[in-house]
Design a protein around this ligand. Structure first.
Ligand code: CP3
Length: 339
């Protein structure tokens, strides 16, 4: 197996850093769009043949150093019996959001090996298709980010209703966060058992909280999840906008931290204590630059982060409008890098 990615997570020295892209299985790929034309979003997630095929598409075309299973963070609320729809041109929509203590009390922590069995089947099928070529990443949302959708009911610029729930009914909020945490731990343990080599936790909306509120409503649940998993697989925590918590996040037992593009490499190294592997952080919109410029930016980024304890990635998911040749330039710039 190409073990660059797992070596970087361990902190071993490498000839060049590994590279993959958040949302690499996505809408910038014509072969993804061909499947998307035929099947709705959750059918793609729930059909192992489709999910595994979509997962390997970017690997076949570009040869990234890791694959990430095609799925969604919102399969967790679905498994907890909260209805989640994916509306075209709108995004996630939850028609019956969680708003009261009674809503939280009604929620069960499901048996994920039953409710999310299709994910385990997709992992097995993906491992067959990858045939040991590159490691497979499994993922989940951080409990705070999942709460945002469960309470707000949809995406939001402010997540004001999610925050109002936490700030007016913190007891119910913590009950909900704990139920999501318990479900997520069982889910990720099952994914590791099914064969994923690494876990990434996405706290996409962590940066919406103040540092004090982050400690209360997000960090402590991430700590519990990493603690439960760290002996079974390496964990990457991508907490967008959460540079203020890098010190605490680096002490959770995680193998790596994701960095978004608003934090420089030198600041990220400083804030995270200089030892932990870092992953990131090209502005996704920078892939709109001409290929020659992308190449230079990638080489500069590797020099700034250093080739060791570093995983090249974007600072958030790839945009659907990125040209394929620019993605090639990004991946190839890493592959040709030598010191
Ligand atoms: O990285 C990968 O390639 C694996 C696949 C993946 C998807 N969702 C597929 C997807 C991953 C890792 C996710 C995680 C996810 N889902 C996050 C955290 C990562 C992040 O980007 O912050 C979040 C917040 C979600 C919730 C979600 N799912 C939103 C907000 C949307 C709509 C917004 C959008 O980008 O359109 C989705 C839908 C979704 N999940 C798509 C894909 C490829 C696009 C819709 C489609 O394919 O029909």
């Amino acid at each position: 197996m190409n073990d660059l990615f797992l070596k970087a997570l361990k902190g071993d020295s490498v000839s060049r850093p590994p590279v993959w892209m958040m949302r690499q299985a996505g809408r910038y790929l014509p072969e993804f769009m061909a499947i998307r034309d035929k099947y709705d979003f959750f059918t793609r997630c729930q059909t192992p043949e489709l999910a595994s095929e979509i997962t390997v598409q970017p690997i076949r075309r570009f040869g990234m150093d890791a694959a990430i299973l095609f799925s969604d963070i919102l399969v967790i609320p679905q498994a907890m019996n909260i209805e989640v729809q994916m509306k075209p041109d709108f995004g996630p929509f939850l028609p019956n959001p969680i708003r009261t203590t009674a809503d939280v009390d009604k929620l069960e922590v499901p048996d994920v090996t039953i409710e999310l069995d299709y994910v385990m089947k997709a992992i097995e099928m993906t491992l067959e298709k990858l045939d040991g070529e590159v490691p497979l990443i499994g993922f989940a949302g951080a409990p705070w980010t999942i709460l945002c959708y469960c309470v707000q009911g949809q995406g939001s610029k402010s997540f004001d209703q999610a925050k109002a729930f936490c700030f007016t009914n913190p007891l119910a909020a913590h009950k909900l966060l704990q139920k999501i945490t318990d479900t997520t731990i069982a889910y990720l343990k099952a994914k590791i058992k099914a064969g994923v080599h690494c876990i990434q936790l996405f706290d996409s909306w962590g940066g919406m909280l103040s540092p004090v509120d982050y400690a209360e409503f997000s960090l402590q649940y991430i700590q519990k999840i990493v603690h439960a998993l760290q002996d079974e697989a390496p964990v990457i925590v991508f907490a967008k906008g959460c540079w203020f918590a890098f010190k605490e996040l680096s002490q959770t037992g995680a193998s790596a931290l994701g960095v978004d593009w608003t934090c420089s490499a030198i600041n990220a190294r400083y804030l995270s204590g200089g030892q932990i592997t870092l992953q990131g952080n090209l502005d996704p919109a920078r892939l709109l630059s001409p290929p020659g410029m992308i190449r230079n930016m990638v080489h500069n980024m590797i020099r700034e982060f250093g080739k060791d304890r570093y995983i090249v990635n974007l600072g958030h998911g790839i945009l659907p409008t990125i040209p394929l040749e620019n993605v090639s330039a990004f991946i190839n710039a890493v592959k040709e890098y030598r010191e």
